[in-house]
Design a protein around this ligand. Sequence first.
Ligand code: AMP
Ligand code: MG
Length: 414
Amino acid sequence: MAERVLSYEQALQQVLEHAHALTPADVQERADLLAALGCVLAAPITAPRDHPSFDRSTRDGFAVRAADFNALDANRTLRLIGTLRAGESWSSLPLSAGQAIEIMTGAPLPAGADAVVMLEHVVVEGETLRLAQPRTLRIGEHVVARGAEAHSGDVLLPAGRRIGAAEIAVAASCGCAEVNVFAKPKVAIIATGDELVELAGQQPESWQIFNSNSYALAALVQQNGARPHRLPIARDNLADLRARLAAARDCDLMLFSGGVSAGKFDLVEQLLTEAGAEFSFTGAKIQPGKPIVFGRLPREQGWTYFFGLPGNPISTQVCFHLFVAPFVRALAGETEIAPRFAEAHLAEPTRANPDLTRFLPAELTSAFDDATVRLVGWQGSGDLTANARANCYCVLPLRAADFAAGETMRVLLR
Ligand code: AMP
Ligand code: MG
């Protein structure tokens, strides 16, 4: 099979093109609002009424007419005619010239008033209100007008939006105890390797290792809105690999870990080739993660996509963040899927590489007015604890000249 090794940008482009061409997830479910955290909205949430639904005071103070208030001086005062709490509405006569009504944050502006003056800006003596010091009030000051945030029927959250805390708050503000979400796609996770040992029930020999990748991948799949399906370890032989492939056939995406490098027992590409795979790429000029494979297998109707991820645990995770996460999010029905980068200043000088775009485990520390990124010391792409000390990956773009301390770098958030 012809090798197809792409730059980072080209590889991402390929993944995004296929992701955007996916037929949208169409199985919908009703979910309790909190249970929908991490799911993707299958139908928009529209405002059932204006937001806010009344002219809302945003301060504790006094509802007045701005023109009256602005005419106050040492001799002129306003007359206090009542108090309005949040949760009440003013049912007496509308406020008229020379009057003020005590009002709480969240209470509706009484008819006749057009602004709220803050408690701190006036002096109350019995039933009169006096200026604490000269000031003017705008019409509408400290009031959010009815419908200023949204009108009844407006789309507040579009279909395809993943539900986080902010979305839960919007849905709750519309009184939605349940929401329509897409069913989560099922992602097969197949770890390959003769050296691997399952977590439960077996003690590894000193030359064996626990299968940590299946768990890392399962966690990442879950974090990105899909359901992981962990299959038993596949040993490095075609019979085992074929059995796992068959068992993964009903899944929406297959993730292989390991077995995609050039070693004699790296058989995943061979397995996929014999199953009729169409490969988008068989490597990317990145580090870690160079041997990554992406493509699709024909099935009765359409395709099943797969990623072959390098087995080195940090390679596996970096490749997931770079390429798999956007694809999983698209499968889950999300519309905004591109990876997100931030910027920060490099803490220490760093060697450049002209051939590979590098994504190195790093610690991002952000102060109020600056963000610094420092590479964590590591023993290469198998160093899981170094990766756990990191909170991001610092991007070192292709370049001949080394990076100087203080340079602005892009940072892949995770
Ligand atoms: P491979 O990509 O199969 O050549 O594996 C590269 C390195 O990653 C080797 O040192 C493997 O032992 C290690 N590795 C492969 N699969 C896993 C796994 N599931 N969990 C932890 N380490 C792994
Ligand atoms: Mg292997």
